[in-house]
Design a protein around this ligand. Structure first.
Ligand code: B3K
Ligand code: ZN
Length: 889
């Protein structure tokens, strides 16, 4: 396999102006015609025209209407090369044959569950027709689709429908025209027996847009929330970013077989049905929230990705980091900002931090790739660097510039680059130029991999009334980047007085300069320190008493922060910080310390103990009626096992699991009455509603139920069963089931059987049932998961089922990392099998092995053996090769 490098980027020799596609969709084969107006770049004329094409059968190729002679082109399994094209503009016409019904990779054009459907990003268009499959080729498209009318009554593509009609032999056709230039990765086609939920949205300039969400007829009732989300997103983008929708029609299609969450094809978004379909009875609050976020995300791409796109795939974060940031802000505005931030940062910590420290570490803008698909965030097994760390980089611009400055920057970015394929530097330049800002070496965030580690020490001088913060930063070495430069880190800070109130900040000494912090003569309570050096000191003046600093408020930079705050300071911040995020963070730091100290006890065979101060802290949070209930639910949830393992020299899944279970159970037993009260006081109100207040009640009740489920009292078991039986929505029902399923036994078996019985007709609910069992940490779970592979509802060809059952299993450290190697063997064998069907999904699964060097020698050897076995498999895909070989390196 060939590695592709950013430094090798070259402008294309030819541009494409217009592209007219024709599809004749058939059961045996599909014929694709492409007529392209080719325009040589000034110094490109006459050079060979190299078109990408994977596994296509070429029927004919014409230039300016004349069939090409054999000596004028070359065709193989990857390319079609025109060896001596005309020197001026010319028309290229190709006819190709493809077999969508045999395409299990779900990339390119594929047929599944009775629909034809496409997925072209990143490089899937080359599986449809011969083309320069790269994002800097932007052209105007038409698309004519022809198919059997009874089997495929609905024919969709990008843009506007300009003609449709019946044809002989029971066929019909539709002709679509997209007036906007686009790269081929945004091309889409859907054909199938679908029906739509219709609505309209009137844009800020008064244009009426038809909105349609397409699904099989029986699923239409479940599209109400998706439609609500779409309209909310359209309005929000007008208000917050000044972006108006640009066509008269916007389509969303939900399909059950899809590799990722969704795809932002111009005016024809295609979604994994999991991210569209919801009803209170079948979807949880988390599903509702994910739908809101992803519908928003794909819609926002219309400007950040489609109107302004990427020059090359190395710039992926230009559109993904920015669009993730936009969807995070959208969800924050629709719900609770603090809770959203806590959720995003915890995920960032779990996934991005660990990837940043592993063999696949790469910068937000990678320097090279073998298979671009490996650089996408697709579901929880994603690559978090391009997407989520990229979003943190965008957030830092906003932190540095403020809301108004940031908006000036995005306005300038759209003004300058509409209709262009650009780079991360272009975004940087727009932010800088619109604000005349000094961003020092901020661009390093795009090129330097690894999570910076920042240490802070503080000291108070009572006489001088000054408070000093000393920072030192290092960036750990990563593959290919042994040494690093200091980064530009915005650290948002506030100082608390002894009553827990924010102190006014008046001025600060830094680099020999005294800087006033007042804003229009008024003191500020939070300020952003620009930390740019290896070692650096900031001294606050006029500080009347020894403060407790609240550092990195709102998590203002994606770093690991180590401070000299004592446990007492942290308990104080947990009780008082005005920054909700840092209040939660203080509790998490305490919990991490506690868990690590107990892991050390466990490893030395010492008894485990839970500090009374910690129980008291949790109790205070529970009883604080001024707090948001969803915040309480987050604040009383312990850090995950993966997060703790990441902090250890040698990760020990058994110890971490034992400690986390011990603390949970101990808290449950000491605070049993409080948890029982939480359940009773927060039972769901009559009707399910997706709003923050109701979701917060459910979150708190179900977190309490989870704690109680770890206890062995009869009374508690009955309560949990009662909650399961009386639940009126999936959020409550599934949480109760999860609480019951914590412990092996008859109650668990009966509840799981009952749940399947109820929901076997609904594949999305059945996936939850798979995931709950596969991710379980009950001992020896690998056998159950093996059995579930044979379950009639399981299908290796459906990505969602694989993510639920196999991905779910890898998420349980004790079972996946079982020291007899059973978990590794299970995954190794499946990856090889899966790779033959769907390389993208297989490569996501193989990533679970990537951090094998973090474990003890026995586990290392077992995991390595599986990776080597995978590497030796016949016909291994580039996707899996890239991850497996980099993991072994
Ligand atoms: N842009 C798509 C992801 C494509 C993944 C290709 N393997 C979805 C999104 O980020 O919005
Ligand atoms: Zn995206």
């Amino acid at each position: 396999p060939k590695e592709i490098f950013l430094k090798d980027y070259k402008l294309p020799a030819y541009y494409f102006d217009t592209v007219d596609l024709g599809f004749s969709l058939g059961e045996e084969k599909t014929i694709v015609s492409a007529k392209i107006c080719v325009v040589p770049r000034v110094d490109g004329a006459g050079s060979p025209l190299v078109l990408d094409g994977t596994d296509l059968k070429l029927i004919s190729v014409k230039v300016n209407g004349n069939e090409l002679k054999e000596e004028d082109f070359h065709v193989d399994s990857r390319h079609l090369i025109l060896t001596s094209p005309p020197s001026g503009n010319f028309t290229l016409e190709t006819l190709t044959e493809i077999l969508p019904q045999k395409n299990t990779s779900l990339e390119g054009l594929y047929k599944s569950s009775g629909n034809f459907c496409t997925q072209c990003e990143a490089e899937g268009f080359r599986k449809i027709t011969f083309y320069q499959d790269r994002p800097d080729i932007m052209a105007k498209y038409t698309c004519r689709i022809e198919a059997d009318k009874s089997l495929y009554p609905v024919l969709l593509s990008n843009g506007n429908l300009i003609e449709q009609g019946d044809l002989e032999g029971g066929k019909h056709f539709a002709l679509w025209e997209d007036p906007f230039k686009k790269p081929c990765y945004l091309f889409a086609l859907v054909a199938g027996p679908l029906e739509s939920r219709d609505d309209t949205f009137t844009t800020c300039s008064g244009r009426k847009v038809a909105l349609r969400i397409w699904t099989p007829a029986q699923d239409l009732p479940k599209t109400e929330h998706a439609m609500y989300s779409l309209k909310a997103a359209m309005k929000w983008d007008e208000e917050v970013f000044g972006r108006e929708y640009d066509l008269d029609l916007f389509n969303i299609v939900a399909v059950p077989d899809f590799n990722m969450g969704a795809m932002e094809n111009k005016s024809l978004n295609i979604f994994n049905s999991k991210l569209v379909l919801a009803s209170p009875e079948t979807a949880t609050d988390a599903d509702y929230a994910a739908i809101l976020g992803v519908i928003g995300h794909e819609y926002f791409h219309n400007w950040t990705g489609n109107r302004v796109t990427c020059r090359d795939w190395f710039q992926l974060s230009l559109k993904e980091g920015l669009t993730v940031f936009r969807d995070q802000e959208f969800s924050s505005d629709m719900g609770s900002r603090t809770v959203k931030r806590i959720g995003d940062v915890s995920k960032l910590r779990i996934y991005q931090f660990s990837q940043d420290a592993g063999p696949m570490a790469h910068p937000v803008r990678p320097h090279s790739y073998i298979k671009m698909d490996n650089f996408y965030t697709v579901t929880v097994w994603w690559n978090w660097k391009v997407y989520e760390k990229g979003a943190e980089v965008v957030r830092m611009y906003k932190t540095l510039l403020g809301s108004e400055g940031f908006r000036k920057g995005t306005d300038l970015y759209f003004e300058r680059h509409d209709g262009q394929a650009v780079t991360c530097e272009d975004f940087f330049a727009a932010m800088r130029d619109a604000n005349d800002a000094d961003f020092a070496n901020f661009l390093l965030w795009y090129s330097q991999a690894g999570t910076p580690v920042v240490k802070v020490t503080s000291s108070y001088n009572a006489e001088a009334r000054t408070f000093s913060l000393k920072f030192s930063q290092t960036v750990p070495s990563t593959p290919g980047q042994p040494t690093k430069e200091p980064m530009f880190i915005p650290v948002s800070v506030g100082l608390l007085d002894s009553c827990g109130k924010d102190l006014p900040l008046s001025s600060i000494h830094h680099d020999g300069m005294l800087e006033s912090l007042t804003c229009n003569g008024q003191p500020v309570y939070t300020t952003v320190l620009r930390v740019t050096k290896g070692e650096e000191e900031f001294v606050f003046s006029d500080v009347p008493e020894k403060p407790i600093p609240s550092l990195l408020r709102g998590y203002s930079a994606p770093i690991r922060l180590h401070s000299d705050l004592t446990e007492d300071d942290l308990f104080f911040l947990l009780a008082h910080d005005s920054d909700g995020f840092n209040r939660w963070e203080a509790g998490q730091i305490l919990a991490r310390k506690l868990m690590l100290s107990q892991v050390a006890n466990f490893q030395k065979d010492k008894p485990l103990v839970l500090a009374p101060q910690f129980v008291h802290g949790i109790k205070c949070i529970i009883l604080d009626s001024s707090l948001d209930k969803e915040f309480i639910a987050k604040a009383i949830t312990l850090p995950g096992e993966g997060e703790i393992m990441d902090m250890m020299e040698v990760a020990d899944p058994d110890a971490v699991h034992a400690v986390r279970s011990f603390i949970r159970k101990q808290l449950a037993s000491e605070l049993k009455q409080e948890f029982l009260n939480l359940v009773k006081e927060n039972r769901s109100l009559e009707k399910y509603e997706f709003n923050h207040a109701n979701m917060a009640r459910r979150a708190l009740k179900n977190t309490a139920l989870g704690y109680l489920g770890s206890l062995d009292y009869q009374e508690v078991t009955e309560l949990v069963l009662h909650e399961y039986k009386t639940a009126t929505n999936m959020t409550d029902q599934f949480s109760a089931l999860a609480a019951i399923a914590q412990k092996p036994g008859k109650a668990r078996d009966d509840a799981l059987a009952d749940f399947y019985d109820k929901w076997q007709h609904d594949y999305l609910v059945v996936n939850k049932w798979f995931a709950l069992q596969s991710a379980s940490d009950i001992p020896g779970n690998v056998e159950n998961v093996q059995k579930l592979l044979e379950h009639p509802a399981f299908d290796l060809r459906n990505p969602n089922k694989v993510y639920s059952l196999i991905g779910g299993f890898c998420a349980s450290p004790v079972n996946f990392h079982a020291n007899d190697g059973s978990g590794y063997k299970f995954l190794g064998e499946l990856v090889v099998q899966l790779d033959k069907l769907n390389p993208q999904v297989a490569s996501r699964m193989v990533s679970a092995f990537s951090r094998w060097k973090r474990y003890d020698e026995t586990r290392q050897n077992l995991a390595k053996a599986q990776l080597e076995m995978i590497m030796s498999a016949n016909g291994l895909s580039e996707n899996v090769f890239e991850i497996a070989s980099k993991s072994l390196a």
